[in-house]
Design a protein around this ligand. Sequence first.
Ligand code: PLP
Length: 395
Amino acid sequence: MTTRRSDTALAHAGRDRQLSAGTVNIPPFRCSTVLFEDLAAFEDHSQGSEAFRYARDGTPTARALESAYAELEGAAGAVATCSGLSAVTVALSSFLRPGDHLVLSEGAYEPTVAYAQGVLQEFGVSVTLVPPAIGGRIGEALQPNTRIVYLESPSSGTFELQDLPAIAAAVRAAAVQRERKPLILIDNTWSGGLFHQPLSLGADVVIQAATKYISGHSDAMLGLVACNEATLASIRRNAKLQGIYASPDDCWLGLRGLRTLAVRLRQHMATGLALAQWLAEQPAVAEVLHPGLPQHPQHALWQRDFSGASGLFAFRLQRQYDREALRRMLDGLQLFGMGYSFGAFESLLIPVRLPPHRSTAAADDRPLLRLHAGLEAMEDLQADLAAGLARLETA
Ligand SMILES: Cc1ncc(COP(=O)(O)O)c(C=O)c1O
């Protein structure tokens, strides 16, 4: 673990003159076969040496990215994967076995829940969904066979925060009579790994969809899993045996993105907060779901556990506008694009359809919209939104 401030770490982490032959950033090592020097090196490799001997087991580009991300998260190590979702599935499948129980926040990214309920349950894992803001009451959901508590903070779509220290305390308390403590896994994509350090708050494994803020330019698919000492070897082994491979081009883009993460995120935060505050005052808007706003029910938690916000939040419209009104609003936007993902320089606005397992939040049938504030000028984005909200009302 390092004591470097995160801005400094982002500029220097993962750099190795020998690996990169002196270049500042490491280039993408596109390869499959790596030739052994001689029989001794070949034999050494089959004994488990860490030297680069086949691209699927890692390239210098992937190692550089992993080491930089591990430093950012204060982790023992990290494993790069081919997408954010593969980071989720590799992490979960590293520990769950038939007969195990998984406690999963309802607010997790929808494909994470689909993987748990679809694939893991078929492999004999039982799954209990818990409300996203459950906090220390999570103890009530733990069973003797609970192996993993899986969290995401804030929740996808509805932006509830997890009280991670309270959850970690409840898990530790429940672990007293067991052989092993359930592991806490958390998706930390919203904070980009910069504004929230879950390992220091009691998590064992942190998942990052590096496709988003870390890459930052909508041009790479990448996942990262940051691990504590106890979990690293299992996750690395599982990723390797599943043939999970992060492409060197995408690792290179991810590493390149990391170098500017801090300045980009601060700008996303400033624009996102300004737009959130402005939206909260608009008559067409019922509520804004952004933990950085004082009216968010868990604002105090955000102030305690996060050192900033990204540019992603949601807002609910005041009433049930018909589809035609929504179409007028969204299709007429000049700057906000409609597309999945987030975290890059361009702003996005999409309607959120909460899945049926989000029973409480899904019961509200007023339109919910998810906004990603990009790097455009805040005033231009605000004007685009103002015109969009006005179009809701014009027949
Ligand atoms: C919170 C969260 N986790 C994981 C993912 C999956 O990332 P990817 O699209 O890179 O597979 C996403 C994607 O939107 C996400 O929002």
